[in-house]
Design a protein. Sequence first.
Length: 200
Amino acid sequence: MRVSYQKLAGITLFIGAFGFILAMQVAEFIDGSSYNVSTNYISDLGTYCKTNVSCVNLPSHNLFDISVFLIGVAIVLSSYFLYKGFNKRIFSGLLILSGIGAMGVGIFPENYALEHGIFSLVVFLFGGLAAIAAYTIERRPFNYFSMAIGVFSVVMLVLYVANIYLGLGPGGMERMVAYPILLWGVGLGAHMISWEASLH
């Protein structure tokens, strides 16, 4: 049986997003009492340095860095399949930039402050914009949810960059940016897997 590009995109994105969410939760448990979801950034899970004074490897760093790189690879592959299936350049371009950003976060953990900051901004910003742009390919009512998720994530990113944490702490606020996009990725993947349209 021939598998459509939509289904290939869905399978790739679903596995990548679901796998990263699971890996991130496991990494938080591995670090245990040394990690706090409110005060610690997500990328603290992948850092080699706990403080500015002593540099040590956090127990979770390999798991986090590898998993965030792999979700980036999955997003890039899914972007290609979605472009082949729908021929939407803007949406596919935004999504592939987000994937490149995730790969960069995995390659450059927080030890590389400048590079890590740039790639983190890329994955968050273009991930949110991709969710908005996905309105053009998704069916109702998921297209409305997708747009709302993208807008929410971008607004949270603006507040996060402005150091407005709404009482959630930097780690909690960062999750308000990241979690909606990750869950959207799982949802979009599942949606594409069940897509019954023929190849475009």
